[in-house]
Design a protein around this ligand. Sequence first.
Ligand code: PBG
Length: 335
Amino acid sequence: MSFMTTRQFPATRMRRMRRNDFSRRLMREHTLTAADLIWPVFVLEGEEQREAVPSMPGVERLSIDLLIDEAREAFDLGIPALALFPVVGQAQKSKLAEEAYSASGLVQRSVRALKEAIPELGIITDVALDPYTSHGQDGILDEHGYVQNDRTVETLLKQALSHAEAGADVVAPSDMMDGRIGEIRRVLEQEHLVNTRIMAYSAKYASRYYGPFRDAVGSAANLGRADKSTYQMDPGNGEEALHEVALDLAEGADMVMIKPGMPYLDVVRRVKDELKVPTFAYQVSGEYAMHMAAFENGWLEADSVILESLLCFKRAGADGILTYFAKRAARLLAQ
Ligand code: PBG
Protein backbone atom coordinates (compact mmCIF):
# COMPACT_ATOMS: atom_id res chain seq x y z
CA MET A 1 0.00 0.00 0.00
CA SER A 2 1.38 3.36 -0.92
CA PHE A 3 1.92 6.08 1.59
CA MET A 4 -0.50 8.40 -0.27
CA THR A 5 -3.60 6.18 -0.03
CA THR A 6 -3.38 5.82 3.76
CA ARG A 7 -2.80 9.48 4.43
CA GLN A 8 -5.73 11.25 6.15
CA PHE A 9 -6.39 14.66 4.65
CA PRO A 10 -8.23 17.30 6.64
CA ALA A 11 -11.95 17.51 6.00
CA THR A 12 -11.62 21.26 6.18
CA ARG A 13 -9.50 22.77 3.47
CA MET A 14 -9.62 26.53 3.88
CA ARG A 15 -8.26 26.98 0.38
CA ARG A 16 -11.24 25.24 -1.23
CA MET A 17 -13.44 28.34 -0.97
CA ARG A 18 -10.60 30.54 -2.16
CA ARG A 19 -10.19 28.48 -5.31
CA ASN A 20 -12.44 30.60 -7.60
CA ASP A 21 -13.62 34.12 -7.85
CA PHE A 22 -17.27 33.06 -7.48
CA SER A 23 -16.77 31.39 -4.10
CA ARG A 24 -14.45 34.13 -2.89
CA ARG A 25 -17.13 36.66 -3.71
CA LEU A 26 -19.89 34.58 -2.13
CA MET A 27 -18.16 34.29 1.21
CA ARG A 28 -16.85 37.86 1.38
CA GLU A 29 -18.08 39.43 4.64
CA HIS A 30 -17.41 43.10 3.91
CA THR A 31 -17.46 45.25 0.82
CA LEU A 32 -16.64 48.84 0.13
CA THR A 33 -19.00 51.06 -1.85
CA ALA A 34 -19.03 54.74 -2.71
CA ALA A 35 -21.84 55.10 -0.16
CA ASP A 36 -19.27 54.45 2.59
CA LEU A 37 -17.20 57.50 1.76
CA ILE A 38 -17.14 61.05 3.09
CA TRP A 39 -14.87 63.47 1.25
CA PRO A 40 -13.04 66.12 3.36
CA VAL A 41 -12.38 69.31 1.37
CA PHE A 42 -10.53 72.58 1.98
CA VAL A 43 -12.29 75.75 0.91
CA LEU A 44 -10.61 79.06 0.06
CA GLU A 45 -11.76 82.64 -0.43
CA GLY A 46 -11.94 84.07 -3.93
CA GLU A 47 -12.93 82.83 -7.35
CA GLU A 48 -11.22 80.30 -9.56
CA GLN A 49 -8.64 79.74 -6.84
CA ARG A 50 -6.92 76.40 -6.68
CA GLU A 51 -3.89 75.77 -4.43
CA ALA A 52 -1.94 72.57 -4.00
CA VAL A 53 -1.17 71.34 -0.47
CA PRO A 54 2.50 70.30 -0.63
CA SER A 55 2.32 67.73 2.16
CA MET A 56 -0.83 66.18 0.62
CA PRO A 57 -0.02 65.57 -3.07
CA GLY A 58 -3.21 65.52 -5.13
CA VAL A 59 -5.21 67.52 -2.57
CA GLU A 60 -6.12 71.10 -3.42
CA ARG A 61 -7.67 73.99 -1.57
CA LEU A 62 -10.49 75.33 -3.74
CA SER A 63 -12.56 78.47 -3.90
CA ILE A 64 -16.34 77.96 -3.62
CA ASP A 65 -17.03 78.07 -7.38
CA LEU A 66 -14.47 75.33 -8.14
CA LEU A 67 -15.53 73.36 -5.09
CA ILE A 68 -19.07 73.19 -6.42
CA ASP A 69 -17.88 71.57 -9.66
CA GLU A 70 -15.81 69.03 -7.74
CA ALA A 71 -18.64 68.38 -5.31
CA ARG A 72 -21.02 67.70 -8.17
CA GLU A 73 -18.58 65.11 -9.51
CA ALA A 74 -18.36 63.50 -6.09
CA PHE A 75 -22.15 63.39 -5.86
CA ASP A 76 -22.39 61.81 -9.32
CA LEU A 77 -19.89 59.17 -8.21
CA GLY A 78 -22.26 58.20 -5.39
CA ILE A 79 -20.42 59.83 -2.48
CA PRO A 80 -23.11 60.74 0.10
CA ALA A 81 -21.45 63.63 1.87
CA LEU A 82 -18.62 66.10 1.99
CA ALA A 83 -16.87 67.51 5.07
CA LEU A 84 -15.90 71.18 4.81
CA PHE A 85 -12.75 72.74 6.26
CA PRO A 86 -11.99 76.42 5.76
CA VAL A 87 -8.68 78.09 4.99
CA VAL A 88 -9.00 81.30 6.97
CA GLY A 89 -6.75 84.30 6.28
CA GLN A 90 -4.51 85.59 9.07
CA ALA A 91 -6.50 88.83 9.14
CA GLN A 92 -9.66 86.92 10.13
CA LYS A 93 -7.98 85.02 12.97
CA SER A 94 -8.20 86.31 16.52
CA LYS A 95 -7.85 85.27 20.15
CA LEU A 96 -11.60 84.82 20.55
CA ALA A 97 -12.22 83.31 17.09
CA GLU A 98 -15.18 85.60 16.37
CA GLU A 99 -15.03 84.79 12.65
CA ALA A 100 -16.07 81.21 13.44
CA TYR A 101 -19.72 82.19 13.83
CA SER A 102 -20.04 84.98 11.27
CA ALA A 103 -23.16 84.42 9.15
CA SER A 104 -21.16 85.63 6.17
CA GLY A 105 -18.06 83.56 6.97
CA LEU A 106 -16.40 81.32 4.42
CA VAL A 107 -17.93 78.10 5.75
CA GLN A 108 -21.40 79.58 6.08
CA ARG A 109 -21.26 80.91 2.50
CA SER A 110 -19.88 77.60 1.22
CA VAL A 111 -22.69 75.66 2.85
CA ARG A 112 -25.34 77.90 1.32
CA ALA A 113 -23.75 77.69 -2.14
CA LEU A 114 -23.32 73.92 -2.00
CA LYS A 115 -26.85 73.28 -0.72
CA GLU A 116 -28.23 75.46 -3.48
CA ALA A 117 -26.18 73.83 -6.24
CA ILE A 118 -26.45 70.18 -5.08
CA PRO A 119 -29.26 69.94 -2.53
CA GLU A 120 -29.04 66.15 -2.22
CA LEU A 121 -25.36 66.10 -1.27
CA GLY A 122 -24.90 65.89 2.51
CA ILE A 123 -22.85 68.74 3.94
CA ILE A 124 -20.89 68.20 7.15
CA THR A 125 -19.24 71.15 8.86
CA ASP A 126 -16.38 71.11 11.32
CA VAL A 127 -17.19 72.71 14.66
CA ALA A 128 -13.88 73.76 16.19
CA LEU A 129 -12.04 77.03 16.56
CA ASP A 130 -8.54 76.15 15.34
CA PRO A 131 -8.88 77.66 11.85
CA TYR A 132 -10.00 80.91 13.50
CA THR A 133 -7.69 81.34 16.48
CA SER A 134 -4.49 83.35 16.16
CA HIS A 135 -2.70 80.68 18.27
CA GLY A 136 -4.03 77.64 16.40
CA GLN A 137 -5.60 75.93 19.43
CA ASP A 138 -9.18 74.63 19.26
CA GLY A 139 -10.39 76.87 22.04
CA ILE A 140 -10.12 80.10 23.94
CA LEU A 141 -7.07 80.45 26.17
CA ASP A 142 -6.78 81.75 29.72
CA GLU A 143 -3.85 83.92 30.77
CA HIS A 144 -1.65 80.83 31.18
CA GLY A 145 -2.36 79.52 27.68
CA TYR A 146 -4.73 76.80 28.91
CA VAL A 147 -7.76 76.08 26.69
CA GLN A 148 -10.83 77.01 28.76
CA ASN A 149 -13.58 74.46 28.37
CA ASP A 150 -16.84 76.24 29.16
CA ARG A 151 -15.81 79.53 27.61
CA THR A 152 -14.92 77.65 24.41
CA VAL A 153 -18.21 75.75 24.40
CA GLU A 154 -20.10 79.08 24.39
CA THR A 155 -18.36 80.02 21.15
CA LEU A 156 -18.80 76.54 19.66
CA LEU A 157 -22.55 76.87 20.21
CA LYS A 158 -22.65 80.02 18.13
CA GLN A 159 -20.51 78.38 15.47
CA ALA A 160 -22.65 75.23 15.27
CA LEU A 161 -25.83 77.29 15.13
CA SER A 162 -24.47 79.46 12.32
CA HIS A 163 -23.62 76.32 10.34
CA ALA A 164 -27.06 74.80 10.89
CA GLU A 165 -28.76 78.06 9.97
CA ALA A 166 -26.73 78.19 6.75
CA GLY A 167 -28.15 74.75 5.93
CA ALA A 168 -25.50 72.28 7.09
CA ASP A 169 -27.03 68.79 7.32
CA VAL A 170 -24.52 67.60 9.89
CA VAL A 171 -22.42 69.53 12.38
CA ALA A 172 -19.29 67.73 13.48
CA PRO A 173 -17.65 69.02 16.65
CA SER A 174 -13.95 68.08 16.44
CA ASP A 175 -12.82 70.23 19.34
CA MET A 176 -12.95 67.68 22.23
CA MET A 177 -14.35 70.12 24.81
CA ASP A 178 -16.45 68.46 27.53
CA GLY A 179 -20.20 68.86 27.35
CA ARG A 180 -20.35 70.48 23.93
CA ILE A 181 -22.55 67.85 22.32
CA GLY A 182 -25.30 68.30 24.90
CA GLU A 183 -25.14 72.08 24.63
CA ILE A 184 -25.19 72.06 20.83
CA ARG A 185 -28.13 69.66 20.85
CA ARG A 186 -29.99 71.87 23.32
CA VAL A 187 -29.50 74.97 21.19
CA LEU A 188 -30.47 73.20 17.96
CA GLU A 189 -33.69 71.95 19.57
CA GLN A 190 -34.40 75.39 20.95
CA GLU A 191 -34.06 76.85 17.45
CA HIS A 192 -36.26 74.09 15.99
CA LEU A 193 -33.36 72.72 13.97
CA VAL A 194 -34.39 69.26 15.08
CA ASN A 195 -33.09 67.38 12.05
CA THR A 196 -29.57 68.77 12.06
CA ARG A 197 -27.45 65.73 12.76
CA ILE A 198 -24.46 65.73 15.08
CA MET A 199 -21.45 63.67 14.14
CA ALA A 200 -19.28 63.78 17.24
CA TYR A 201 -15.53 63.45 16.95
CA SER A 202 -15.81 61.45 20.17
CA ALA A 203 -12.54 59.61 20.30
CA LYS A 204 -10.17 62.12 18.81
CA TYR A 205 -6.60 61.44 19.77
CA ALA A 206 -3.81 63.98 20.29
CA SER A 207 -2.14 62.61 17.19
CA ARG A 208 0.92 63.65 15.21
CA TYR A 209 -0.77 62.28 12.10
CA TYR A 210 -2.64 65.60 11.71
CA GLY A 211 0.46 67.51 10.58
CA PRO A 212 -0.41 67.84 6.87
CA PHE A 213 -3.98 68.97 7.70
CA ARG A 214 -2.58 71.78 9.83
CA ASP A 215 -0.48 72.82 6.82
CA ALA A 216 -3.57 72.65 4.59
CA VAL A 217 -5.72 74.92 6.76
CA GLY A 218 -2.77 77.10 7.74
CA SER A 219 -2.88 76.54 11.50
CA ALA A 220 0.50 74.78 11.76
CA ALA A 221 2.62 77.92 11.97
CA ASN A 222 0.32 79.56 14.52
CA LEU A 223 0.26 76.45 16.69
CA GLY A 224 4.04 76.16 16.59
CA ARG A 225 5.41 73.59 19.01
CA ALA A 226 2.28 73.60 21.18
CA ASP A 227 0.18 70.45 21.22
CA LYS A 228 -3.43 69.58 22.02
CA SER A 229 -2.91 66.94 24.68
CA THR A 230 -4.90 68.80 27.35
CA TYR A 231 -8.08 68.12 25.39
CA GLN A 232 -7.47 65.44 22.74
CA MET A 233 -7.04 61.83 23.90
CA ASP A 234 -3.83 60.06 24.83
CA PRO A 235 -2.84 57.50 22.16
CA GLY A 236 -2.22 54.99 24.94
CA ASN A 237 -5.88 54.81 25.90
CA GLY A 238 -8.62 52.48 24.65
CA GLU A 239 -11.17 52.28 27.48
CA GLU A 240 -11.33 56.06 27.65
CA ALA A 241 -12.61 56.10 24.06
CA LEU A 242 -15.66 54.07 25.15
CA HIS A 243 -16.27 56.54 27.96
CA GLU A 244 -16.06 59.49 25.54
CA VAL A 245 -18.36 57.85 23.00
CA ALA A 246 -20.93 56.93 25.68
CA LEU A 247 -20.98 60.51 26.95
CA ASP A 248 -21.48 61.98 23.47
CA LEU A 249 -24.32 59.57 22.77
CA ALA A 250 -26.00 60.40 26.08
CA GLU A 251 -25.68 64.09 25.19
CA GLY A 252 -27.42 63.59 21.86
CA ALA A 253 -24.88 62.64 19.17
CA ASP A 254 -26.35 60.79 16.17
CA MET A 255 -23.03 59.45 14.94
CA VAL A 256 -19.65 59.03 16.54
CA MET A 257 -16.18 59.14 15.11
CA ILE A 258 -12.77 57.73 15.85
CA LYS A 259 -9.75 59.61 14.61
CA PRO A 260 -7.10 58.91 13.30
CA GLY A 261 -8.12 55.80 11.41
CA MET A 262 -5.71 53.02 10.52
CA PRO A 263 -3.58 53.05 13.70
CA TYR A 264 -6.81 53.12 15.75
CA LEU A 265 -8.95 50.44 14.09
CA ASP A 266 -8.99 48.48 17.35
CA VAL A 267 -10.87 51.42 18.86
CA VAL A 268 -13.35 51.39 15.97
CA ARG A 269 -14.05 47.71 16.60
CA ARG A 270 -14.50 48.20 20.34
CA VAL A 271 -16.83 51.17 19.89
CA LYS A 272 -18.95 49.29 17.35
CA ASP A 273 -19.13 46.19 19.54
CA GLU A 274 -20.01 48.07 22.71
CA LEU A 275 -22.29 50.85 21.51
CA LYS A 276 -23.73 49.56 18.19
CA VAL A 277 -24.35 53.03 16.81
CA PRO A 278 -23.42 54.68 13.51
CA THR A 279 -19.64 54.72 13.77
CA PHE A 280 -17.26 56.59 11.50
CA ALA A 281 -13.52 56.76 11.23
CA TYR A 282 -11.23 59.36 9.71
CA GLN A 283 -8.29 58.32 7.56
CA VAL A 284 -6.44 61.50 8.38
CA SER A 285 -4.03 63.71 6.49
CA GLY A 286 -0.91 61.91 7.76
CA GLU A 287 -2.29 58.56 6.63
CA TYR A 288 -3.01 60.07 3.22
CA ALA A 289 0.50 61.55 3.05
CA MET A 290 2.15 58.23 3.96
CA HIS A 291 0.26 56.45 1.22
CA MET A 292 1.04 59.11 -1.36
CA ALA A 293 4.74 59.08 -0.47
CA ALA A 294 4.87 55.34 -1.07
CA PHE A 295 2.87 55.60 -4.31
CA GLU A 296 5.08 58.36 -5.66
CA ASN A 297 8.16 56.32 -4.94
CA GLY A 298 6.70 53.30 -6.67
CA TRP A 299 6.87 51.34 -3.40
CA LEU A 300 3.16 50.53 -3.26
CA GLU A 301 0.63 50.13 -6.04
CA ALA A 302 -1.85 52.95 -5.57
CA ASP A 303 -5.26 51.77 -6.71
CA SER A 304 -5.38 48.42 -4.97
CA VAL A 305 -3.76 49.73 -1.77
CA ILE A 306 -6.28 52.58 -1.54
CA LEU A 307 -9.21 50.19 -1.81
CA GLU A 308 -7.66 47.72 0.63
CA SER A 309 -7.00 50.43 3.19
CA LEU A 310 -10.64 51.54 3.05
CA LEU A 311 -12.11 48.04 3.07
CA CYS A 312 -10.20 47.38 6.30
CA PHE A 313 -12.15 50.19 7.97
CA LYS A 314 -15.38 48.36 7.06
CA ARG A 315 -14.06 45.09 8.47
CA ALA A 316 -13.14 46.91 11.70
CA GLY A 317 -16.77 48.00 12.06
CA ALA A 318 -16.89 51.46 10.53
CA ASP A 319 -20.11 52.44 8.80
CA GLY A 320 -18.29 55.08 6.83
CA ILE A 321 -14.86 56.58 6.30
CA LEU A 322 -13.72 60.16 5.94
CA THR A 323 -10.92 59.97 3.41
CA TYR A 324 -9.02 62.27 1.06
CA PHE A 325 -9.09 59.31 -1.35
CA ALA A 326 -12.91 59.44 -1.55
CA LYS A 327 -13.21 60.53 -5.17
CA ARG A 328 -10.38 58.37 -6.42
CA ALA A 329 -11.79 55.35 -4.59
CA ALA A 330 -15.30 56.01 -5.87
CA ARG A 331 -13.95 56.16 -9.44
CA LEU A 332 -12.17 52.86 -8.96
CA LEU A 333 -15.29 51.28 -7.50
CA ALA A 334 -17.31 52.46 -10.49
CA GLN A 335 -15.03 50.62 -12.94
C1 PBG B 1 -9.49 70.55 13.83
C2 PBG B 1 -9.33 69.32 13.04
C3 PBG B 1 -8.13 68.63 12.80
C4 PBG B 1 -8.42 67.63 11.89
C5 PBG B 1 -9.78 67.69 11.62
N1 PBG B 1 -10.34 68.73 12.36
C6 PBG B 1 -6.74 68.89 13.24
C7 PBG B 1 -6.40 69.00 14.67
O1 PBG B 1 -7.12 68.57 15.57
O2 PBG B 1 -5.35 69.57 14.90
C8 PBG B 1 -7.40 66.67 11.32
C9 PBG B 1 -7.75 66.02 10.04
C10 PBG B 1 -6.62 65.41 9.32
O3 PBG B 1 -5.48 65.33 9.81
O4 PBG B 1 -6.86 64.98 8.20
N2 PBG B 1 -10.18 70.53 15.00
